[in-house]
Write a protein that binds this ligand. Structure first.
Ligand code: H53
Length: 870
């Protein structure tokens, strides 16, 4: 039946209601309206920034209408929903993406032109939302885009940092300098809706007193407020507009009036300061667990800021998100036994693992559900994605810190040890019993593997040591319904290394793989509009079809044989190179040779990603060129090498690598003998928006991590989707890309994963000098030490990582790396064949759409279905 109209005259409401802009004249009307009212400006004094703001506000209105309808529709239908908990969402810009997804790009372009502006200029006005470090955060953003595009009821939950990832400056000496990123400082953010009415109290510290009935009373300590900001996430060519809810911390009661009256002004502001501090800044460390690292200096930043704040962020965010999820579930009016039929929670890495004890706390202490039932609910609701097997990146939190900050959660973690698994050896349980009134059950692990004390210690949630530490990956694993890795090789490694004992204990079926994906909307249509148009024209289907069914790219395969098509394909690559060159020219004042092969490595600076291997290879190339005769040089194909990426502020070796790249570039680019054949650029302040310019221009890109260290990689997928060829190791998703596009279309090199452990052992206990192992590399190292790129002494700590343990096996892979780059040179000589490779690569990349990935999560993990808004 028809619902009764809630208030007033239905017709008056209907007449007054605005609908989404669909034609140019409604677009221009709405923009002018915002210029005049929201901005209080006029045609006379409107600059590009103002025009962008007005256009963005107009799009915002459109988004709000769809967002409202979607949320109302989901509430009415009450389907099972999935929640993606991620401490990072690297969204980049929104304006162009919103226009694409709304299907309004042409209308806005025309409208903006009519108003006397240029669309490209307006798009450049927007600041990136850079609330993430790298791959993990960008993956979350791609998954939101795909969830909405596939009409799945998925919400994201994260933190609304005042400062995103730092802005990177490079000093003339090649030092990375960090500057804060006050991305919200420019006034109102048009893409979010402040929901000051949606807020929750979150407690820290205090005491937890166990009650006889199994519950506990957690009281005292500090309470802060979590306030919701909703970011609208439009699906592509659908009304469905999902929500990303970001929490901001606020002091519970502004100023403490009592202490203010007593004249203790500083104390009064202090409590409000520390509450606001929680969501003030994104932690710029990626791949460190805050406690240990191969490069000790990587920790200094953390010491400075304090790791307690990071744990506070994690709890603040999980607690607010769970309170919100539970409240929404309660509104449906179902019993808690049905919670897993309505809610799926995906943990993006271990950062939100506290969701497990927090949900237990809510169920036991607030909903008075007995332990066993509560544990069933939790372990049927929560899912965990692992993104790394690097030991130094696995999160561990000191027990004393946890006990202090989250006393009730520490009790619950101890209780999990006792109740569920008894993973710990008896020694552990003794310790646990002293803190717990709950009786121990017989240990399930002990039963299955009697007397295997090593195994019990390995599997324990608590690692022995001073201090003891909680192993978050173990907690996430036992508290989840499913555990997955992010590429096939990586998922196998998860099962055979860090969680091996758990696979033996719980069986294979809980562990699986979902290979990462990328959204073709941003990473093909938006960043490479000409290629997108050529694809639509060639396939004779509208992009609204193939952008949501990427396997259709296969239809391009026959055109690899078509000379005319190849010409168009190559011309687009060329124009994308010129677009990048123009960008470098206008931002850095440098001229780039667009007749060269473009060779790109852009990612976070990290030893395991081996930018060092790349720059050492560049220097080797330079030395080789220098030795050639002028006649020989004539035969060489020119090459431009681009680097971009940020180093964690305290990661000394990574910063030194940047310094080497910058100084090598300075010398090499200035050498008249070689500069037509080899130039090197380090582009500062890598970001999503910079990636959108770099990726479509590449001929080759480098993904050269030591085998077994890069879980998946996702930029590898972006380059290949745009017809760039891959140079890489047999690692992460590189392997599946090669399977998809064909081994003859990629350039692989280096040792395989199974060899790595043995090689490291040899390096530790039977080291061979670099001169013997790899003379070509030794020569390069000598040149650097000898001062070819400025004071050689500066680079000694970096060079010594190679000369000493060489943990990431540069010496082992150097020769085959150089060999692979020679193969690239060879292949590039045959231009037509090269273009065919490029076309075939793009054509075979359908699998790597994040739509495929998100549907795998939806179907095999979450059991949710599309809910279309009509
Ligand atoms: O996650 C990406 C992977 C990539 C992996 C990355 C990642 C982070 O960005 C941060 C922490 C972490 O544990 C892993 O390094 O290989 O593609 C998305 O899965």
């Amino acid at each position: 039946g028809k619902e009764k109209w809630p208030r007033g005259d239905e017709n008056v409401w209907k007449e007054g209601s605005r609908s989404v802009n669909t034609d140019v004249s409604s677009v221009t009307k709405s923009i002018v309206n915002h210029v005049q009212t929201s901005l209080a400006r006029q045609a006379y004094n409107l600059d590009n920034l103002g025009a962008y703001q007005a256009a963005a506000l107009s799009v915002r209105d459109d988004l709000i209408l769809n967002w409202n309808e979607t949320q109302m529709h989901y509430t009415r239908k009450a389907p099972k929903r999935a929640y993606y908990l991620s401490l990072e969402f690297l969204m980049g810009r929104t304006f162009d993406n919103a226009l694409l997804n709304l299907g309004l790009k042409d209308q806005y372009r025309e409208g903006v032109t009519k108003l006397g502006f240029n669309m490209e200029d307006l798009l450049e006005q927007e600041r990136d939302a850079a609330l993430g470090n790298g791959g993990l955060g960008r993956l979350a953003a791609c998954y939101l885009d795909s969830s909405a595009s596939q009409e799945l009821p998925v919400w994201g939950y994260g933190l609304r940092y005042q400062y995103g990832i730092f802005q990177q400056l490079i000093s003339p000496e090649g030092q990375q300098l960090e500057q804060p990123d006050p991305w919200l400082a420019g006034g109102e953010n048009p893409w979010e809706l402040p929901r000051l009415d949606v807020s929750y109290e979150v407690r820290f510290y205090g005491t937890a007193e166990r009650l006889p009935d199994g519950r506990a009373l957690w009281q005292g300590g500090q309470e802060v407020l979590a306030v919701a900001y909703d970011v609208m996430v439009p699906g592509c060519y659908t009304k469905n507009t999902n929500n990303l809810r970001l929490w901001e911390s606020k002091p519970k009661r502004g100023f403490d009036l009592n202490s203010f009256n007593a004249g203790d002004y500083e104390h009064a502001v202090e409590s409000s300061n520390s509450a606001a501090a929680i969501t003030s800044v994104l932690y710029p460390n990626d791949h460190t667990n805050n406690n240990e690292s191969r490069d000790r200096s990587q920790l200094s930043y953390t010491h400075l800021v304090g790791k307690e704040l990071r744990l506070k962020q994690q709890y603040f965010w999980t607690a607010a998100s769970l309170a919100d999820i539970v409240r929404r579930f309660k509104n449906i009016g179902k019993p808690f036994s049905e919670f897993p039929d309505y809610v799926a929670i995906q943990l993006n890495d271990t950062h939100p693992t506290l969701a497990i004890p927090e949900l237990m706390r809510i169920l036991i202490d607030e909903e008075e559900i007995p332990w066993g039932k509560a544990w069933d609910i939790v372990t049927n609701t929560v899912f965990y994605t692992n993104h790394t097997v690097l030991p130094e990146a696995l999160e561990k939190w000191p027990v004393p810190l946890m006990e202090h900050l989250l006393p009730r959660h520490m009790q619950i973690i101890y209780d999990i040890v006792l109740h569920d698994e008894g993973f710990s050896c008896k020694v552990h349980r003794q310790a646990v019993l002293l803190k717990s009134t709950v009786l121990t059950k017989s240990s399930a692990v002990e039963k299955k593997f009697p007397g295997d004390r090593d195994r019990l210690a390995r599997m324990s949630l608590i690692e022995e040591g001073f201090p003891k530490q909680v192993r978050m990956a173990h907690l996430a694993c036992i508290g989840s319904r499913k555990v997955n890795g992010v590429a096939e090789l990586h998922s196998d490694l998860v099962k055979t290394t860090i969680l091996k004992d758990f696979v033996e204990f719980e069986g294979q079926s809980k562990f699986s793989n979902v290979t990462n994906g990328i959204t073709p909307r941003r990473w093909l249509d938006q960043c490479n509009p000409e290629l997108s148009a050529l694809i639509s024209k060639t396939l004779k289907v509208d992009k609204s079809v193939w952008l949501k069914d990427l396997d259709r790219l296969k239809g391009l395969l026959p055109y690899a044989e078509d000379v005319e098509f190849r010409k168009e394909w190559a011309a687009i690559k060329q124009r994308n190179k010129e677009r990048l060159a123009h960008h470098v020219e206008t931002t850095l004042g440098l001229t780039v040779n667009t007749n060269a092969m473009f060779d790109v490595q852009i990612k976070r600076l990290h030893e395991y990603k081996r930018q060092t291997l790349n720059i050492l290879g560049v220097i080797h190339r330079y030395l080789t060129l220098k030795q050639m005769s002028a006649a020989e040089r004539k035969k060489v194909n020119p090459r431009v090498v681009f680097f971009a990426g940020k180093a964690a502020p305290g990661y000394y070796i990574a910063k030194l690598t940047i310094r080497l790249i910058v100084n090598a570039a300075r010398i090499i680019n200035a050498d008249p003998d070689t500069r037509d054949l080899l130039t090197v650029y380090f582009l500062p302040d890598y970001s999503v928006s910079l990636a959108e310019v770099l990726i479509p221009s590449s001929d080759i890109s480098q993904h050269i991590s030591t085998a077994g260290t890069e879980a998946s990689g996702t930029s590898n997928m972006k380059f290949c989707l745009n017809g760039g060829l891959l140079v890489g190791t047999v690692d992460g998703a590189n392997i599946e890309i090669a399977e998809a596009v064909g081994e003859n279309n990629v350039f692989f090199f280096g040792h395989l994963t199974p060899a790595v452990e043995d090689l490291r052992y040899q390096h530790m206990y039977r080291p061979v000098p670099v001169e013997e192992k790899c003379p070509a590399l030794a020569k390069v190292l000598d040149k650097i030490s000898g001062g070819m790129f400025g004071d050689g002494g500066v680079y000694e700590p970096l060079l010594n990582t190679i000369r000493q343990n060489d943990y990431y096996l540069i010496t082992e892979d150097f020769d085959s790396y150089i060999g692979a780059l020679e193969m690239v040179d060879q292949a590039y000589l045959d231009k037509e064949e090269w273009i065919k490779k490029s076309i075939r690569t793009t054509a075979n990349m359908g699998k790597f759409s994040s739509d495929r990935a998100i549907l795998e999560y939806a179907e095999s993990f979450w059991s949710i279905e599309p809910v279309k808004v009509t």
